[in-house]
Write a protein that binds this ligand. Structure first.
Ligand SMILES: [Zn+2]
Length: 421
C-alpha cells in the first residue's frame, strides 16, 4: 500500500494534470472540448504520454475513446475498466469527467509496474455531455454496441454527422464494432466529482453511488386569452400565466412530499409577453427525477393531473408532450459493497447516494457490473469555471482505489463474475 504522503503528492499531480488538460480548449479563455474537436487530439497526446510511462499500451478506438491497457500478470486474465469522459460543456470547469481519468492513471502509477491477477483498462470517453450533437454518451454507447447506423447519422449544427466527424479525425466508422468492451471485463468503476451540494453539506469527502436516477422531461402549454391588462376585470380573465404559477407551486410541493424526488420547472415562456397584456399562452418545461421508476411515473402522473385540474378550474386549455423518459439504473450491489469496504478501510464514512445526473456508468451498467465513487464538489459547483476539488479528497479517492484493487486481487470470486457477450 502506498504511504499517505505519496498518496497526497499523487493527488496533487492528478489535480495538476486536470489543469494542464484544461488548456486544450476550443475557446480561448474558457474550457470547451467537444467530440473529436482539434483540442481533443492534444488531450489524447498528453494522456498517452502519462499512460505509456505508467506501463500501459494505448490506442484510440473508432468512436474516439482513448483506450489504455495495463496488462495482468497472466495473458488470459479478466480485466477491470476504469474511466470517465474527456469532453466538456462550454465554459466548463477543469474536473468534470477528466478527474476520473487522471485518478485512474494515478492508480496505475501507484502499482509501480507491479502486475495484478487482472488487467486494468483505462477509458477516456470521447463524448458524454451531448454538447456537439445534442445526443450524449457517444463514447460509452460504442462500448456496449449501441452506436448504430441511425445514431451515427445525427448531425451537429453545421450539418456534420457523427460518422463524418469520426472520419475527419482519421478514424474508421466501420471499425466501431471492435470498440465493444472486452468479454472478460468484470467491472466498471468511475470516479467523478459529485456536481451537487450533498457531500459538501454533510462534510463528507466521498460517496458511493448506488443508483442513477431516471428522468422524465415534459413540456406543458397553457392556452388562455390574451387581453388588455387595464380593461379586463379579474373575474373575466383567462390568464395562462396565473395557471402556470399555481401549477409550478404544485410541482414543487409534490417533490417536497416524496423523499429523493426532484422536480424542476426550468423554463417558462409567456406570450405575448408584455407588461400591459394578460398572458394568452404559457409554455413551461418539467424535469422530474427519482431512482425508482415507479415513483417517478407516479409523480409525473400526479403533476399532470394537477395541470389538468388547475387549467380546467380556470377555463384554460392544456397541451402536453413527453420529451424524454429515461429509466433509472441501479449500480451493481456487490461492487457497491466492495467500495463501501474500501472506504471504511480508508477511514472515511461510506455514504451511499443517488446520482441525479446521468453518467457513462449507467450505459456500461447495461453489460457489466458498474459503480461510481463521487468526490465532494465544494459549494456544489460544476459545469462552471469555479468547479473545484479538495486535494485531501482526491488523496482519499486514490487510497480507496488502491484498496479496491487490492480487494479485487484477493477475490477470484469477484473476478469470475465476468460479462459474456
Ligand atoms: Zn461528467
Amino acid at each position: 500500500m502506498p504511504t499517505l504522503g505519496s498518496t497526497t503528492s499523487r493527488a496533487e499531480q492528478a489535480i495538476a494534470r486536470c489543469k494542464t488538460l484544461a488548456a486544450f480548449s476550443e475557446d480561448s479563455g474558457s474550457i470547451r472540448r467537444t467530440f473529436l474537436s482539434p483540442p481533443m487530439r492534444h488531450c489524447h497526446r498528453e494522456l498517452t504520454n502519462w499512460l505509456l510511462a505508467a506501463g500501459a499500451e494505448v490506442k484510440v478506438d473508432a468512436a474516439g475513446n482513448l483506450r489504455a491497457f495495463y496488462a495482468a500478470e497472466k495473458s488470459d486474465a479478466p480485466r477491470l475498466l476504469l474511466g470517465s469522459h474527456l469532453d466538456t460543456v462550454p465554459n466548463a470547469g477543469a474536473y468534470d469527467g477528466i478527474l476520473g481519468v487522471t485518478i485512474a492513471i494515478s492508480l496505475l502509477e501507484s502499482l509501480q509496474g507491479r502486475r495484478l491477477p487482472f488487467g486494468i483498462e483505462v477509458v477516456g470517453f470521447s463524448e458524454e455531455e451531448g454538447v456537439r450533437f445534442g445526443a450524449p454518451f457517444i463514447g460509452s454507447r460504442a462500448l456496449v454496441g449501441r452506436l448504430d447506423e441511425t445514431f451515427l447519422n445525427t448531425q451537429d449544427r453545421n450539418g456534420i454527422s457523427i460518422r463524418s466527424a469520426i472520419k475527419e479525425f482519421g478514424l474508421s466508422p466501420t471499425e466501431i464494432p471492435h470498440a465493444k468492451i472486452h468479454a472478460d471485463t468484470f467491472a466498471y468503476l468511475e470516479f467523478h466529482i459529485e456536481q451537487g451540494p450533498v457531500l459538501d453539506s454533510l462534510q463528507l469527502p466521498l460517496g458511493v453511488v448506488e443508483a442513477i436516477a431516471g428522468q422524465t422531461r415534459m413540456e406543458f402549454v397553457f392556452v388562455g386569452h390574451a387581453n388588455h391588462a387595464g380593461t379586463t376585470p379579474m373575474h373575466l380573465r383567462r390568464d395562462a400565466i396565473a395557471v402556470a404559477a399555481e401549477w409550478i407551486i404544485a410541482v414543487e410541493r409534490t417533490a417536497h412530499n416524496e423523499p429523493q424526488l426532484v422536480a424542476t420547472v426550468g423554463k417558462i415562456e409567456a406570450k405575448p409577453g408584455a407588461t400591459n397584456v394578460i398572458a394568452g399562452e404559457v409554455r413551461v418545461t418539467l424535469d422530474l427525477r427519482h431512482r425508482t421508476n415507479q415513483i417517478r411515473e407516479r409523480a409525473t402522473a400526479a403533476v399532470t393531473k394537477f395541470a389538468e385540474e388547475i387549467a380546467g378550474r380556470r377555463g384554460i386549455k392544456l397541451q402536453k408532450r413527453e420529451l424524454l423518459s429515461q429509466q433509472a439504473v441501479e449500480m451493481d450491489n456487490s461492487l457497491v459493497g466492495e467500495i463501501e469496504n474500501a472506504m471504511r478501510s480508508a477511514g472515511c464514512a461510506a455514504h451511499r447516494m443517488v446520482s441525479g445526473a446521468g453518467h457513462d456508468a449507467m450505459i456500461l451498467a447495461e453489460q457489466v457490473p458498474a459503480a461510481m465513487i463521487f468526490l465532494r464538489s465544494p459549494g456544489g459547483i460544476s459545469h462552471d469555471p469555479a468547479e473545484s476539488v479538495i486535494t485531501e479528497d482526491v488523496a482519499l479517492a486514490l487510497k480507496c482505489g488502491s484498496l479496491l484493487l487490492h480487494q479485487f486481487a484477493n477475490s477470484t470470486a469477484f473476478q469470475k463474475r465476468t460479462y459474456r457477450a
